[in-house]
Design a protein around this ligand. Structure first.
Ligand code: ZN
Length: 450
């Protein structure tokens, strides 16, 4: 692999220019900005490394950029997304979000860590492999979607409509991956699912003078009372029946949890909090983080929240809630349980609007795709990755893994612990970027040989 490493070092400047080019193209799924332009740019980049690439349309969605390259007994799906989170609040960026800028070894731009850096670094690894080992030792199928950041509402449909393209793969390399606070690479064998809902309560036909409060129902209070039944003060979810569907980690998974060097103190310091909820520490904190479902109030709005005071009795109240789902919860089930839970307590008037949902997904530690990733991490990072049996976050892994019967892993991407994904000043370290390119090359070779 010496020549492969040299090729990357030799082409480092051009690689960064190509990455900057993709990062300069806005592609904000939530705002419908620049998606088709970006899809074309990505398709051209795939063509540039010799892949057979095209756009596949799904009704109502930005196109999936699909590509194939290489030949061999193993087939790998590589999943990434070309859309990014909205850049706002703009005033908090030190350089404009879509004008990539290098400062002190870091590259700043919206989407550079999540997930355009991974996407481009993988194409460059393939270019470098082809140039130095003469062809690819496996077949790769690329699935680059354009609405991951809004919950991938059409990915399952895309997989369904294009099953013949995707069936028979042996593994999937997922997006993402970073080094932790101490620079150790992280490998994820799965992730949580999610259900995102908005609860709405309505009162009178219009906002009222608050003197009517003794007679006119207040939807803000209705929502507060309804919310109060979903969780207790010890932070336990109290939605009827929900916890009955939560499976406990296996003995193997517990062993992996034990080996995770959880940097609780550093995280608390970084976040400016004295304690985690429940005073959790060490392996207990890791287990809770990865294996507990959540019920999070993401935002609430009712009445007047501006400067000064306004005595108003609002006619509508809304709250956005997300539930992170561990195995064996799934979005449809939780939505159903939530409806029944509210109805049985007299909250039939509180509407639930389901906004997005994703199943959890989990792959075994023994899967060839996981073992190849561990082997490649040792070669590039000089150490074993920290293996997480599950990720605290969510993603649309299920349609491309469990639903197709393909194990998937995420790891050794371009990010680091302070990449500020989804936030202003998103960034990567250039040093991490080139290690990720090298990791992909080592991984593809190792996986081809499994
Ligand atoms: Zn993201």
């Amino acid at each position: 692999m010496e020549a492969f490493y040299e090729y990357i070092d030799h082409n480092a400047d051009r690689f960064i220019q190509d990455l900057k080019k993709l990062c300069s193209q806005p592609s904000v799924a939530a705002q419908g900005v620049g998606l088709r332009e970006t899809a074309h740019l990505v398709m051209d980049m795939l063509g540039g490394i010799g892949a057979d690439a095209r756009l596949i349309e799904t009704d109502g969605a930005p196109p999936v950029v699909y590509g194939e390259i290489g030949q061999g007994s193993r087939t790998l799906i590589i999943y990434d997304h070309y859309d990014v989170q909205p850049p706002e609040p703009l005033e908090q960026w030190k350089s404009p979000p879509f004008s990539p800028e290098i400062r002190e070894g870091f590259l700043f731009c919206r989407g550079v860590a999540d997930n355009k850096g991974d996407l481009v670094s993988r194409l460059q690894a393939i270019e470098a492999l082809q140039a130095t080992i003469g062809g690819l030792p496996l077949k790769i199928k690329f699935v680059f979607e354009g609405e991951e950041e809004v919950g991938s509402p059409h990915l399952a449909q895309f997989v369904d409509e294009n099953k013949e393209l995707l069936l028979g793969a042996d593994g999937c390399l997922w997006e993402g991956g970073r080094t932790d606070m101490s620079g150790r690479p992280e490998l994820y064998l799965g992730l949580k699912g999610i259900l995102y809902v908005e609860l709405r309560a309505r009162g009178a036909s219009r906002d009222m003078h608050s003197s009517y409060a003794p007679l006119v129902p207040n939807p803000a209070w209705r929502l507060v009372w309804a919310l109060n039944t979903l969780k207790d003060e010890e932070d336990h979810i109290t939605v009827d029946g929900l916890m009955d569907h939560v499976t406990q980690p296996s003995a193997d998974e517990l062993e992996l949890l034990d080996r995770i060097p959880f940097e609780g103190d550093k995280i608390k310091e970084d976040l400016g909090i004295p304690e985690f909820l429940g005073g959790e520490q060490g392996t207990d904190a890791v287990r809770k983080l990865l294996y507990s479902p959540t019920c999070t109030i993401c935002g609430m709005v009712a009445g007047y929240t501006g400067e000064g005071s306004k005595t108003v009795l609002p006619n509508e109240a809304r709250v956005k809630l997300d539930f992170r789902l561990v195995p064996d919860l799934e979005p449809g089930l939780v939505l159903d349980l939530l409806r029944k839970h509210l109805d049985s307590r007299g909250f039939e008037d509180v509407d639930i609007v389901s906004m997005s949902g994703e199943h959890p997904a989990k792959s075994p530690f023994e899967a060839p795709v996981a073992q190849a990733a561990i082997q490649a991490a040792r070669a590039v990072y000089g150490q074993d990755p920290v293996v997480y049996p599950l990720m605290a976050g969510s993603g649309p892994m299920y349609p491309l893994s469990a639903a197709l019967g393909i194990p998937a892993v995420s790891g050794m991407g371009v990010g680091h612990a302070k990449s500020r994904i989804h936030a202003p000043n998103e960034n990567i370290r250039l040093e991490d970027y080139f290690r990720a390119v090298k990791f992909t090359g080592e991984f593809l070779r190792a996986f081809a040989e499994t």
